[in-house]
Design a protein around this ligand. Structure first.
Ligand SMILES: [Zn+2]
Length: 312
């Protein structure tokens, strides 16, 4: 609602200045309409596209992309967009149907193109649920949790924006270069932070398997009662296995996630006496005025939560 009001206000302002003089030349052309499936992708698009793009995220802040149900308004947004940026790797099982319903003409950009997917561990995968999914068998979609992968997302988005709006090529390249340099610095920050944690304490529990790429890139082991998607509840056996593992490996902390129901992790903490190390942002940013409005904020928040719990 707020966003609509803002857009309408912006249009009114343009209409107001237009008749003043022959400055049609100076009036920027309408921004490129981009739809991103979820908030982290929208942030990447904003960083590369700047003022030349108007980006909307279908899945809102602090929300779960795995189990999203698109609205009729989402169909209209996709139909109106020049580009639709998606994660792929089975994250957005609801997307093909939405694209079909919107007329099927959207120009889809798969931001993970070129990333070698991790496979989910077989153990956490068998939840005994009978329904079928659209996602690739066992691919872990959370590739953004490694900053090196985020750089591939950004390069793919840059190339797609250039293909859709060649006039902006130089702006997109310049913005992407500046942002990629920030991501390089961020990657170093994560490595330094992890190096400050004693090796034997680099083991934690989270709600679902969202940190496999983080674990592979930075060397903190994550275990979770729920698999790489949140579309099924963990079984009693999954939960029992995690509790056994926590006791056996003396895992120092469990973490909640911003998109997940906290009750299960709280129960595991209560049953094992392990401390809760706060919340990690796994699959979504916060609202603009929240603690994690951007991807860079997300990574910083998570390494701060991890180091303050695991070094203390
Ligand atoms: Zn997830």
């Amino acid at each position: 609602m707020k966003r609509r009001a803002f857009i309408a206000g912006g249009l009114a302002a343009v209409v107001f200045v237009w008749p003043q003089s022959a400055r049609a030349q100076a009036v920027p052309k309408a921004p490129l309409k981009v739809v991103a499936s979820f908030s982290i992708l929208a942030d990447f698009v904003r960083n590369v596209g700047g003022d030349r793009v108007e980006v909307i995220s279908l899945v809102g802040p602090d929300s779960d992309t795995h189990v999203y149900t698109p609205s009729p308004a989402d169909g209209r947004r996709v139909a109106a967009a020049k580009l639709v940026v998606v994660n792929g790797l089975g994250l957005e099982g609801w997307l093909p149907r939405l694209v079909r319903a919107s007329g099927g003409k959207a120009n889809l950009v798969v931001a993970t193109k070129g990333i070698v997917p991790l496979k989910s561990e077989a153990e956490g995968h068998d939840h005994g649920h009978g329904h079928d999914h659209d996602h690739g068998e066992g691919d872990d979609p959370h590739a953004w949790q490694s900053v090196a992968n985020a750089k591939i997302y950004v390069a793919n988005i840059r190339d797609a924006l250039i293909a859709a709006d060649a006039e902006g090529a130089e702006v997109y390249r310049r913005n992407a270069d500046a942002y990629l340099a920030q991501l390089d610095a961020l990657d170093r920050e994560v490595r330094e932070a992890v190096a400050s944690i004693p090796p034997e304490r680099r083991r934690v529990i989270s709600s679902h398997e969202a940190f496999g790429y983080f674990a592979a890139a930075y060397g903190i082991a994550f275990m979770a009662p729920q698999g790489v998607s949140t579309d099924s509840e963990p079984s009693a056996r999954d939960v029992a296995a995690i509790i056994t593992q926590i006791r056996k490996d003396k895992i120092p902390a469990v973490f909640l996630e911003n998109i997940s129901d906290p009750r299960l992790v709280r129960r595991i903490a209560a049953e094992t006496g392990v401390k809760i190390g706060g919340s990690l942002f796994s699959d979504s940013l916060s609202a603009k005025n929240g603690p994690v409005p951007t991807y860079i904020d997300l990574v910083r928040h998570n390494i701060k939560a991890l180091t303050s719990t695991l070094t203390g």
